[in-house]
Design a protein around this ligand. Sequence first.
Ligand SMILES: [Zn+2]
Length: 416
Amino acid sequence: MYGCSVWASVLKTKAGTKKLRSFQRLISIAVTNSFKTASTESLLILSNLIPIDIRVLEIAVLRLLGDKNRPFSKRVAQILSKRFHPTDLLKSAVQPFSVHSSPVPPWDMRSNILRLSQDSFVGIGSFGKNTVRFYATFFRTKDRMGYCYGKTSYSGVVEDTNRADYSGWSEYKQVTHSAILRIFSQIKETRCSGHIEIFSDSKESFSWTNPRSKLSALEIEILTLFYPIKHRCTLFLCPKTSKVAGLELVKGLCALPTDSQVIRDTAPTLLTIKKDIHSSVLNLWNSEWLLSSTGTTTKRFFPTVTDALTLESRLMPSFLSQILTGHSLLNGHQFRLKFGSTSRCACGYADETVDHFLFHCTRFTSRRENFVTVSLNQTGVWPPPLSCIPAMPNLLSPTSHFITSTKRLARRTRTQ
Ligand SMILES: [Zn+2]
């Protein structure tokens, strides 16, 4: 599906979506051996195929998170933010697209960075009344890494300092990013409303401002917090030789002997974020399934889309898909589609529906014995709710045995 976010624009219209799904429908009919009359919604559930338009959204969002430098067009971005509502974290990362028309992604924050000259001097208490400053520095020894940062107010008073040591991490970048993340979290928690200046002596710590870099999970979190306050935030990159009083101060902190406390951050990994996106995709599919007016019988077997994950194989015998879709050789269905002259069952007692055939028809009472026994053992009731049949692995197999033993659905036809 390379480049599929390009065709995300096809998904703008209902017709476009329908067109894409009709391809999938053909595959689904083949793997489930279903009748052609069954609804697309049911067929996709039975074959465990995520609707292709929803899958395209997933891939597009994953690309947004992970992949390099190809910007999204405004149009595609609008479609994404309109149809896809993942977790808050991603939501705020996605939303800016809908208002942004620049050729570079909205996380281009390079204009927020000021690079100090090598010999510049910044005192500790000479700035505006509504400004707070953060100074961040980092250290690396043989067996551990860490960061220190401090916060000063306009008067130069040190309000807060923080230090964290990491022994489990190997990536310096992660350490610098978690420091920046802590700073932005603190800004948010304390509802800091004035101007914010952040000084750092490591260019790694601001690498997330570059739209060409691949985003890590930490960077996404940073951007989520940074984006809303970027207009009042300035980042200062300080060469090692510059004299920034606040940085000297926190460097002193780094030199202090450490106590034994070692912090391991539990930042979300890219894997957890991917899982998150996937479950949002399943939710999207599921709400569509719940609202769809078709697939009534399938819905009784699979109330939610994930219920169908229990189906062992995508290749399904025809008798099973007939029962699971309700589109079958049973008279009830044949009559409904005007293929048969009556909906009555040959036993003469009732209409030949899925329920009648599976549970009640007297023509097959003796063949049903094992099915009844297992159902009573497994669910405690007879007949079992249809949703229990695929959900309980021990129940699906006697159901299948019963259906094949009756030979009632054995005729294979693709025309109905
Ligand atoms: Zn009957």
